[in-house]
Design a protein. Structure first.
Length: 209
């Protein structure tokens, strides 16, 4: 029975998130109320709050899942494995998978159009990226048996997560601007390799001008 309950909860959560995304795309984030989302998802206002304490979380409904995936890049590596290689593989896998979705004709990048149109969502996205990097830094400190606020661990985490997020955001912005999806995906894969190479081999030869 617990499996059925969990499946029902997952479907309800997905229905609320989808209803919210549809309304945000149609009306704009700021114009949509919690009551609007509840009616569209055919649930009560309290049910919406039970799953999503804020409107922003309805659009970023996979935030916890993505954060957990980044943590596994630290937790699941064998001794001596390269963190850069782990994050490089993660970024590459995302763009290869996303490229396949776009080739199949599914226009999934409307998400970023909604984010770009709302200062509140743009701020939330930046905060989300920061929280993910912080959690990765804390996990790395645990794995290395250092204090949770160890600056080296957090510097590494911000660099690794920063490359992943920069490639993601730049690619989504280009797709939202109407660029050819195949070209964007190909370029993001190449740029990711270049960016992770910088982390792996050093950035000392780069200058400000």
């Amino acid at each position: 029975m617990s499996g059925l309950r969990e499946a029902k909860k997952r479907r309800t959560r997905e229905a609320i998130a989808q209803a919210a995304a549809d309304l945000f795309h149609e009306r704009g984030f700021d114009a949509v109320t919690i009551d609007d989302v509840a009616r569209a998802a055919d649930v009560s206002r309290q049910t919406v709050f039970n799953y999503f304490p804020t409107k922003e979380q309805m659009l970023f409904d996979r935030e916890d899942e993505i954060g957990a995936t980044l943590l596994t890049l630290v937790r699941d590596q064998p001794d001596g494995a390269s963190l850069v290689a782990a994050f490089r593989g993660h970024t590459r896998a995302f763009w290869e998978r996303f490229g396949g979705i776009l080739r199949a004709g599914q226009q999934t990048h409307g998400f970023w159009e909604i984010v770009q149109a709302s200062p509140a969502l743009r701020n939330y996205a930046e905060s989300s990226f920061g929280r993910q990097a912080h959690d990765v830094g804390t996990e790395l400190a645990r794995a290395w048996d250092r204090t949770p606020d160890d600056p080296i661990c957090h510097a590494l985490a911000r660099a690794l997560c920063g490359v992943n997020m920069a490639i993601l955001v730049c690619g989504l912005e280009r797709l939202t601007a109407g660029e050819d999806s195949a070209g964007v995906v190909s370029d993001m894969l190449a740029r990711a390799e270049e960016a992770y190479d910088l982390l792996e081999h050093g950035m000392g030869h780069y200058t400000a001008r």
